[in-house]
Structures are given as C-alpha cells and as structure tokens.
Design a protein around this ligand. Structure first.
Ligand code: PLP
Length: 400
C-alpha cells in the first residue's frame, strides 16, 4: 500500500537574502524597530512601505502577531468593554481570543456549507445585538460574496475588520482581500503565507484609525519614523488618547520578511496550482463534498477542506487514524476534543455558549489538510489516491 512520506509541517527554506539580511541586523545589534544604521534603513518601516504597495493599501503597520493586529484594530476602531463584536463561528482561536482580550463580547455568526459566514444570520444578529463591528474571518481562505457583504455593512453602518490570516494574496473580483473593510489584519506566523515565526500587519486607507493603531502598537512617539503611516497631523490627538500596548515588530523579523515579499506572488501562484490539482482530483470521487466557490473568488490554497457528509463520528475518527497510518495528516473539526489548532466554538468556554446547530452540523464531518509549498502536483495526486482509498475502506468495513 502506498504511503505518503513528506512532512505536512515542513516549510520551504528561507531565501538566501533573508539569511543575509538577518545576519546584517544581528551583526549591528540594532534589533529594535526604531533603530537603524541611518534614517533611510529602518527595516520595519521599509517592510511596511513595501507591503502597503503590494497590498494596494495607503497605510501599513507591522506588528508582533496576527492576534495583536486584531486587538489593535479592535481598539483603533473604538471597540469598548462589553461591546458585542460579531465574528464567524467557523474560525480559529486567535479570533474570538482577540475580541475577548480587548474586553468585548464575541458574538458568533453561523456558517454556510461553503464554509463562509451566513449573511442571513449576520443580519439577524446585527438586529438582535445592535453590534457595530464585525471581525470578518476569511477562514481557510474561503471568501464570502464580498459585494453582498459590503452592501449589508453599508446598510447597517457596520465597521468591518478583515482577518486575512488565510487570504494574503486572495482576490474577490480581482481586488485583494483586505481592501474591503475599514482595516485588515494579516499574520506572518510560520504556517501562514509569509514566515517570520511570529508577526503580522495591519493595513487600511483610514488615516485616523491607522494613527491610533500606530500609537497603540507602542511607537514611543517615533511615528515620524514610519514610511507607510498617515500624515503627522493625524497623530495630534492619537498620541495623547491611545495607551501603549507594546506590539511592535522588530528589525530582525522585518529583515527576514522583506525578501519573502519579493517571491510572494510566485508562492501564491504555486498554492493556487496545488489547490486546483488537489481539489480537481478530489472532486472526481463523489464521497467528498467540496465547498462551492463563486468565479469572483480566487483562493490561495495553503490548506484544503472537504466533507464526508454521510460519515458518523466513529467513521470520521477511523478515517483520520487510517489516513495518518498512510502518512496523511488530516484534522477533523468535528472532534469533541480540541487537538492542536483544531478547536471549535464549543471549546471556547469564555463565550456565552450560544447554540449554532447549522455550524455544528457542517463541522461534524469537516476535514482539514495543510498544503505546504514543499508539496508538488504529483504529491497532490498521491494524496488524493490515498484519501480516496482510506475513505472507501472505512465505508467498506461498515458494510462487511
Ligand atoms: C493564525 C491566525 C490568526 C493570527 O494568528 P497569529 O498566530 O497571532 O499571527 C488569525 N486568524 C486566523 C483564522 C488564524 O488562523
């Protein structure tokens, strides 16, 4: 029997230029973002300018993590203690965690079978809670109909914070995700689309929000040493109003990231090709149900999701165990125990425990597989062959 032998958690090596830049920064011992050889060479400020240009946003702030980016964004748009903040029920722990960390109350919105936020439920919950802010988590890269979302946000004066941890480089109708809401948050944590261990970005076209986010991040009044920040006049109040949250990015991480930005488009293209190969092969077997995707949505497939709707709990568990024996690491969102990163809303006991029967039904048979850039299209075909065999053997066992 075929066994898959590549690692699901191995990253491609960093570009040689990242190692050189890291070495340069380490040798200088100028690791803080507001230190540099001379004014023109602040690594973090240059990275921010380059990311803003790549993303097509006016402003960019590099921060310590994607989670910190969300906390700063929530504070920068004025979320206060105990305020309800809407977010997707299908997301990962950093998202409700960030909302809770700023003292607000996460309100989870249901999920559709296509793994995006349910706009009907969103409408209902805005009306029920009077919420003014939505953290729209583009979980696993699945984009909701952004035209409909934008219309709804306008109609209800809803402030949208986009969580682009899984959609760096994904587009809706040719526009990069992160350019639809008031502010967007990205992660450069190792398992996202750029790798600095930990790290993140905030982007926005809103100068007031960005001035507040910058001071909140801990600029020590050095906001004049930014290249992708709003004009200085926007800091007049922010510098007195915003508490310091110390969430800056350091020069070492920026140095590692800058060369990665140069190859990001190539990486995104490869993920799209891998994802297409894998989903296309998987869709040939009717055992698997894949989320439908509108033509306008272009997904960066750093992971793959599929459901096996007729499986019960025991079959789901056996499926994952048998796949693992064949070298294929698959996570299951229906697991009642939180395992590694796959926790679900029932595991977040600090929430109000609202019932989400639609989401639960979908998550019960939903599987998740990483697709690292170290895989090839041939690997994708091998993976699908194994996954198909395993799923069918689990079914056959039952019949026997
Ligand atoms: C990883 C992730 C984040 C940000 O996480 P950090 O590890 O704090 O950078 C945000 N949202 C989702 C959905 C994520 O998976």
């Amino acid at each position: 029997m075929k066994r898959f032998s590549k690692s699901f958690t191995e990253q491609p090596t960093l570009p040689a230029a990242s190692l050189d830049a890291a070495n340069r920064v380490l040798t200088s011992a100028r690791l803080h973002r507001y230190q540099a050889e001379d004014e023109g060479t602040f690594e973090v400020a240059q990275l921010e300018a380059e990311f803003a240009a790549w993303q097509g946003a006016k402003y960019c702030l590099a921060v310590a993590s994607g989670g910190q980016a969300m906390q700063l964004a929530l504070r920068a748009v004025g979320v206060h203690h105990d305020e309800p903040v809407l977010t997707n029920a299908f997301t990962l722990a950093p998202v409700p965690g960030a909302i809770r960390a700023v003292g607000a109350t996460p309100v989870l919105v249901d999920t559709t079978p296509d793994l995006v936020i349910d706009l009907e439920d969103l409408k209902t919950k805005i009306e029920q809670n009077g919420a003014r802010v939505l953290v729209l988590s583009h979980m696993r890269g699945h984009l909701v109909d952004m035209d409909a979302l934008r219309q709804l946000a306008q109609a209800y004066y809803l402030t949208v914070i986009e969580d682009c941890a899984h959609t760096m480089g994904a587009t809706w109708n040719g526009i990069k995700s992160g350019n639809f809401g008031r502010i967007a948050c990205f992660s450069t944590q190792t398992y996202k689309h750029m790798n600095s261990g930990e790290g993140g970005f905030i982007t926005s076209d809103d100068p007031e929000v960005m001035a507040r986010a910058t001071v909140l991040s801990g600029s020590y009044m050095n906001y004049d040493r930014h290249e992708a920040a709003p004009p200085l006049r926007y800091f007049a109040d922010a510098k007195f109003d915003c508490p310091n949250m110390s969430a800056r990015m350091d020069a070492l991480r920026a140095a590692i990231l800058r060369p990665q930005l140069e190859t990001l488009d190539r990486d995104i293209k490869k993920w799209m090709d891998l994802g297409w190969a894998l989903e296309n092969a998987l869709s040939q077997d009717t055992t698997f149900e894949l989320p439908a995707r509108p033509d306008k949505a272009k997904r960066v497939a750093s992971s793959i999701q599929f459901r096996i709707p007729h499986f019960d709990q025991q079959k789901c568990r056996t499926f994952c165990e048998t796949a693992l024996q064949r070298g294929v690491e698959i996570k299951w969102f229906g697991n009642e125990k939180p395992e590694r990163y796959t926790s679900t809303h029932q595991h977040w006991r600090y929430l109000d425990g609202s019932k989400l029967p639609n989401t639960d039904l979908i998550l019960a048979t939903l599987f998740d597989m990483r697709l690292p850039l170290t895989f090839s299209e041939n690997d994708c075909h091998d993976l699908v062959a194994i996954i198909s065999e395993v799923a069918n053997s689990v079914d056959a066992e039952d019949a026997a």
